[in-house]
Design a binder for this molecule. Structure first.
Ligand code: PEP
Length: 254
């Protein structure tokens, strides 16, 4: 199956209105006329609407995504942002289960599965992050951890839900550390993820985009993107630098 690549930038809690405008301007000035990947940026909540407007004004085909979503549809949930609200300000995608939320804010598999479902209920495409910690890899538990994180969503939403979802394999030890997974390590886990979905629905598994994330940069994107089950990247640090982000986009293959 021919899977269109995705290159998504997770801006995390960085930026300002001025920084965002400069970044979009720099990306727009060099944006390829016929990119080989669907390109997405995920700014902090407060900047979503304005970044959406900047993208429209720049006339570049870059979609808007959020970094998180509330599992509830609406109500007395102080500080939370619903899927309806994200849709309302122009988001098409939302990251769920990023390891910085799993580990830093105690988000568990069940909550993340409910966030995934809440996003899809409002026609947002969830980007489900899964990945092991260093100690888990060293203990030979990578597949067990990734399977558990994936299964929580498969159980709640079914394999068919992955026809409108993206998976990101992000080994925690590679995020923000400058140490990326080797292409072989990434491919092994990506294949495992696809096979796990295929065990329930082979057709859906064949079409699902599985992104690699973790210290992805211009210098390593080519070899990671060359792997057969790597369908693009979720990029943190390097997505804040226009040149790096565009170079990663240029490494996408048809
Ligand atoms: C991320 O935040 O999802 C990420 C992969 O970060 P970095 O590229 O900085 O490792």
């Amino acid at each position: 199956m021919n899977r269109t690549f995705i290159v998504a930038g997770n801006w995390k809690m960085y930026g300002s209105r001025a920084d965002n405008a400069s970044l979009i301007e720099a990306i727009a000035s060099q944006f390829p006329p016929a990119p080989l990947a669907q390109t997405i940026v995920c700014p902090p909540f407060v900047y979503l609407q304005e970044v959406g407007r900047l993208l429209r004004d720049a006339e570049i085909p870059v979609a808007l995504g959020a970094q998180d979503v509330c599992a509830e549809a609406q109500g007395a949930y102080t500080g939370e942002v619903s899927a309806t609200m994200l849709k309302d300000v122009g988001c098409g995608y939302v990251i769920v289960g990023h390891s910085e939320r799993r580990l830093g804010y105690g988000e568990g598999d069940e909550l993340i599965a409910r966030k995934f479902a809440a996003a899809q209920a409002k026609a947002l495409i969830p980007i489900l992050c899964v990945g092991e910690q260093l100690a888990e890899r060293e203990a030979g538990r990578t597949q067990e951890v990734v399977a558990r994180e994936l299964d929580a969503v498969l159980e709640l939403c079914g394999a068919e839900a992955f026809s409108h979802a993206v998976v990101a394999y992000e080994p925690c030890w590679a995020i923000g550390t400058g140490r990326n997974a080797t292409p072989e390590q990434a491919e092994e886990v990506h294949r495992f993820i696809r096979d796990r979905i295929a065990a329930r629905n082979a057709r859906i598994a064949d079409g699902v985009r599985i992104l690699y994330g973790g210290s992805l940069k211009a210098g390593n994107a080519g070899e990671l993107f060359a792997q057969p089950d790597v369908d693009g990247g979720l990029i943190g640090g390097a997505s804040l630098k226009a040149e790096e982000f565009l170079a990663i986009l240029a490494a996408a293959r048809p």
